[in-house]
Design a protein around this ligand. Structure first.
Ligand SMILES: [Zn+2]
Length: 475
């Protein structure tokens, strides 16, 4: 009997214990469910939010992945529980992925909330909670194409500048390179060096979104659009005879290397990137409408992009003097643009006038690979009507077929684009630009390249774009 009693007692203890565990399980489940449901990302996704900092005490930061699942950033925990943020590609994704310390930049900042949220399976989460382990954060799968990023970086080489590629019909950012770069694995150790010293280096600056440059001849796209708007049906028949130097009042405008382009119509002047022909159009333009067009194309405005950027600047007033007009219409003067903004304009042209919101995150998934949140392409707005986009596409195609964009000319696909060689300091080489897309009939990729002090856009920037087009479009 005694034995039986003891047995019953033991059974009851086990029963009680299992009730207790079940109750604990249930309350945990309710707690965690409520915790997730009520914790809105709108409230907590602020990078300086104290609640996010406390989340980091409970969740191991998730990984940032390329569009094929390649790890771009991950947290490794050693036996003592010390966490190290690792960037397997070193400097390759430094600006776009960013770093998590000191402070946070790039996607490490933008995606902070997702990385510190855990949607691991309930059983995993409860087990970890019971054993006092940190939860496993969700992984952020980006739109970035690792192969294309590597090609963009290799093509830019050791030169300062930026290369960005985007799908014009979705807004997916495929590649974003800024040079000179830095190793985010060493950002904390190298902080003094990275933030001090030579300002022309500015390694932490994401030149793709934060670098502002004179647009040079890429701005002729906008001047051409304004002229076409003011002279529908007539613009294509205007003629210009270029001697390499254009004289207006007491001013002279030179073509690149004083090249005499001879007799040109509108499309040929655009393809040759003739400064004289475009400077001649300047004083004829309705400057108020021209200024409004620039604002419509996002100058002096916020850009729809999730990581830090600089605003582009267009400052010519309708009362501007001749010299400023002659300079501004060929992309010199006081106008400044970021490579990201220039990419948005060319992407809108590729997409029939519609700018898609550029984005970096395809989806967020839990530790088990289940999708938690999916991001879809979204329209920012119409930057120009479809007919204007098509007319510009014809001009941009001629640049490749007959003009300064011959570096992207190939039988394999038809590209369209515009070169630029932007003066910023008389004593230095020009900045080399290229903006373009391919294939013309159904654009899959739009690219913007700038090489600081790279000389001519046609010979320095366009060949870099060619490498991206080839890699992305050819088998
Ligand atoms: Zn010319």
């Amino acid at each position: 009997m005694k034995k039986d009693n003891a047995g019953q007692k033991a059974d009851r203890s086990i029963l009680l214990f299992s009730y207790f565990v079940s109750a604990l399980f249930l309350s945990m489940a309710v707690y965690m469910g409520v915790f997730i449901e009520t914790r809105g990302e709108e409230v907590t996704n602020h990078p300086y939010n104290a609640r996010l900092a406390s989340l980091a005490d409970r969740v191991v930061r998730g990984s940032i992945l390329g569009n094929d699942g390649t790890v771009l950033a991950r947290t490794v925990t050693d036996e003592e529980g010390n966490e190290t943020r690792e960037y397997p590609f070193g400097s390759l994704f430094a600006h776009v992925v960013g770093y998590a310390a000191p402070g946070k930049t790039g996607l490490e900042s933008y995606a902070n909330f997702y990385l510190l949220s855990s949607h691991d399976s309930l059983s995993h989460r409860i087990m970890k909670e019971l054993s006092d382990e940190k939860q496993t954060g969700d992984n952020v799968v980006t739109t970035l194409d690792v192969g294309l990023q590597q090609i963009a970086s290799d093509a830019l080489g050791d030169r300062r500048g930026a290369v960005i590629a985007m799908e014009p019909d979705t807004g997916k950012i495929l590649a974003m390179v800024s040079k000179p770069s830095f190793d985010p694995n060493r950002a904390e150790d190298d902080w003094q060096e990275l933030t001090g010293g030579d300002s022309t280096e500015a390694r932490l600056l994401n030149r793709a979104t934060q670098g502002v440059y004179p647009p040079g001849s890429t701005f002729k796209i906008i001047t051409a659009l304004e002229y076409m708007r003011e002279h529908p049906g007539e613009y294509s028949s205007c003629q210009f005879d270029c001697s390499g130097i254009y004289l207006y009042q007491s001013y002279q405008i030179q073509c690149f290397k004083r090249t005499a382009h001879g007799n040109e119509d509108f499309a040929e002047a655009f393809a040759n990137s003739c400064n004289g022909a475009f400077a001649k159009l300047g004083p004829e333009l309705d400057l108020e409408a021209y200024g409004n067009l620039c604002v419509q194309l996002l100058f002096n405005r916020e850009l729809p992009i999730a990581i830090p950027y600089s605003k582009s600047i267009f400052r010519m007033s309708p009362q501007a003097e001749s010299w400023e007009i002659l300079q501004t219409v060929i992309g010199q003067g006081g106008t400044l643009i970021t490579p990201m903004h220039n990419l948005m304009i060319i992407s809108a042209i590729a997409n029939g006038g519609i700018l898609m919101n550029p984005y970096f995150i395809d989806h967020v998934e839990n530790a088990g690979g289940q999708t938690i949140k999916k991001f879809m392409p979204s329209v920012y707005g119409e930057l120009m009507v479809a007919n204007e986009a098509h007319a510009l596409t014809e001009l941009l195609t001629e640049v490749v077929l007959e003009g300064t964009g011959s570096a992207v000319r190939t039988e394999a696909y038809q590209a369209a684009g515009k070169t630029g060689s932007a003066e910023f300091d008389k004593a230095k080489e020009t900045h080399a630009w290229f903006v373009g897309f391919a294939p013309v009939e159904n654009p899959k990729i739009a690219v913007c390249v700038i090489v600081e002090e790279g000389g001519s856009g046609g010979s320095t920037a366009a060949p870099i774009a060619r490498k991206l087009f080839d890699a992305y479009l050819l088998p």
